[in-house]
Design a protein around this ligand. Structure first.
Ligand SMILES: C[S@@+](CC[C@H](N)C(=O)[O-])C[C@H]1O[C@@H](n2cnc3c(N)ncnc32)[C@H](O)[C@@H]1O
Length: 206
């Protein structure tokens, strides 16, 4: 595993690899294409890391990331928040990228290939914290994301944190959660090599 600095970046202490990195080029040649937009790193993951840097998790938290894609937020939680992390995605083609990035960051992440709409209350009970970034991008996703949040609240998940760049289906979910679960919508702006604007939907389930 090479680590050529010109082909990698580090934000919030998490190393990511550019498309030109030899390990990424090799992986792209040998793996199948991703679906459901799991084809790159999305900026909202940095919005989430920025929030967690200011508002750390309790050490040892059992964290589930929904729609993890390449898993940078999961990697951040394992690397800097002493969390026990499971990264879930409906598209198994994202996991080789997550595993490569986890290796470069020297962390261990458990992966779960599953549609989050199929997660039951019994499964959600296993986690203290749910995190996600940019998982509500089509209109028809709003209801499924809201229902998932309702099951997680019923399961006793202590905190749910979803970052998003203000896509309309996400705003619909946020408004419903403010009404039903006393959620907060916290605007944030983060600069890496680009500016990322968005909000964290925060649900505290004390
Ligand atoms: C826009 S990408 C965001 C990826 C990652 N969270 C990030 O911020 O870089 C959306 C991700 O959600 C996953 N996804 C979409 N719908 C899903 C579902 N119902 N269950 C699980 N994963 C899903 C996709 O496969 C994709 O990896």
């Amino acid at each position: 595993m090479s680590d050529l600095k010109p082909h990698s970046r580090q934000y919030f202490g998490v190393t990511s690899l550019l498309a030109a990195h030899p390990d990424m080029r090799k992986l792209k040649r040998s793996t199948s294409a991703t679906h459901l937009h799991g084809n790159k790193l999305w900026g909202s993951a940095y919005v989430l890391m920025d929030y967690l840097q200011e508002n750390p998790l309790a050490p040892g938290s059992r964290v589930l990331e929904l729609g993890c894609g390449w898993g940078l937020a999961s990697i951040y939680c394992a690397k800097y928040q002493q969390a026990d992390v499971t990264a879930l995605d409906a598209d198994p083609a994202v996991f080789p990228y997550l595993e490569l990035l986890a290796k470069h960051n020297q962390v261990n992440i458990q992966t779960l290939s599953k549609d989050f709409t199929a997660l039951s209350t019994d499964e959600l009970v296993e986690y203290d914290i749910i995190i996600a970034s940019d998982i509500c991008f089509w209109d028809e996703m709003s209801e499924a994301v809201y229902e998932l949040i309702a099951r997680a609240v019923a399961a006793g998940v202590k905190q749910i944190l979803i970052a998003d760049p203000h896509r309309p289906p996400f705003i619909d979910v946020a408004e419903a959660c403010i009404d039903d679960f006393f959620a907060e919508l916290l605007p944030r702006e983060v600069t890496t090599n680009r500016r990322h604007r968005g909000s964290i939907l925060l649900i505290e389930n004390a």
